[in-house]
Design a protein around this ligand. Structure first.
Ligand code: CAA
Length: 248
């Protein structure tokens, strides 16, 4: 990192596969890493395991779907650690199923956790980033927000919505030293992807020109780059990382 003052990075949904890889890479880069979690039991075990591996990561609870819950978390982080300089909106869930059978609850759950969360977290950190004259917001979307996927009307809508948000906020804060970008991973070897039935997953892998799932650390390197000052001139962008599955 080129600054002498350590920057604070907040990764939401940090205890999942992508979140864990991001936390480790950003820690290795020299950031103070704050991991947001939803399930306390899982988060405590996660923190211990990472500690054993040499990573000292702070964990903070918030339900990212709830504006006030995020507000409390951001205030607590500011009081105990400092203002957030880099926000990675990574928390996400799936509730897959064909649209004819999709329930209102499964629609709302995915929109709330995957898209409302982006508003909730960004809104609570943006003004401090503007005051500092530096900030990064990195939204983790999906190839399925770029192209659609059978069974994911809720997820695709939320992920496409993230990039609409990115484009507008990027314009609004470009002259304040704050960049806002989207990363759209394809199928990465996470629990979320491994939960897709094997037969369907193999059909999907067959559509990926690189012939394999992506690695979580491959996405983490892209997050690290966008968070850095090497990426000062990149804003409002949507970066694909999908093994060639969707090119346009
Ligand atoms: N394409 C075309 N038709 C399909 C289909 C497909 N991929 N999948 C199912 N169908 C058809 C079925 O043949 C069936 O047809 P009939 O009505 O004529 O019999 C109809 O659609 C309904 O089928 P199901 O009852 O099986 O559908 P369902 O509502 O249970 O949903 C599904 C099936 C669970 C969505 C399954 O297709 C699936 O798992 N798809 C993969 C979804 C996926 O890729 N999820 C990604 C999760 S990981 C992630 O999201 C991370 C990321 O960002 C990439």
């Amino acid at each position: 990192m080129s600054t002498t003052e350590k920057r604070v990075v907040l990764v939401t949904g940090a205890t999942g596969g992508l979140g864990t890889a991001m936390c480790k890479k950003l820690y290795d880069d020299g950031y103070i890493v704050v991991a947001n979690y939803h399930s306390e039991d899982k988060a405590k075990k996660w923190k211990e395991k990472l500690h054993e591996e040499g990573y000292d990561i702070n964990i903070f609870y918030a339900d990212v779907a709830d504006f006030d819950s995020v507000g409390k978390m951001v205030d607590k982080i500011a009081a105990e650690i400092g203002h957030v300089d880099v926000l990675v909106n990574n928390a996400g869930i799936t509730r897959d199923g064909g649209f004819r059978k999709m329930t209102y609850e499964n629609w709302r759950a995915v929109i709330a956790t995957n898209l409302d969360s982006v508003f909730n977290c960004s809104r609570h950190v943006i003004n401090h980033m503007i005051e500092k004259g530096f900030g990064r917001i990195i939204n983790i979307s999906s190839v399925n927000g770029q192209r659609g996927q059978f069974g994911q009307a809720n997820y695709s809508a939320a992920k496409a919505g993230m990039h609409g948000f990115t484009k507008t906020l990027a314009m609004e804060v470009a002259n304040k030293g704050v960049t806002v970008n989207t990363i759209s991973p394809g199928y990465i070897g996470t629990d979320m992807v491994m939960a897709v039935k094997e037969e369907i997953r193999n059909q999907i892998i067959a559509q990926i020109p690189l012939g394999r799932l992506g690695g979580t650390e491959e996405v983490a390197y892209l997050v690290s780059f966008l968070a850095s000052e090497h990426a000062n001139f990149i804003t409002g962008a949507n970066m694909s990382i999908n093994g060639g599955q969707h090119v346009y």
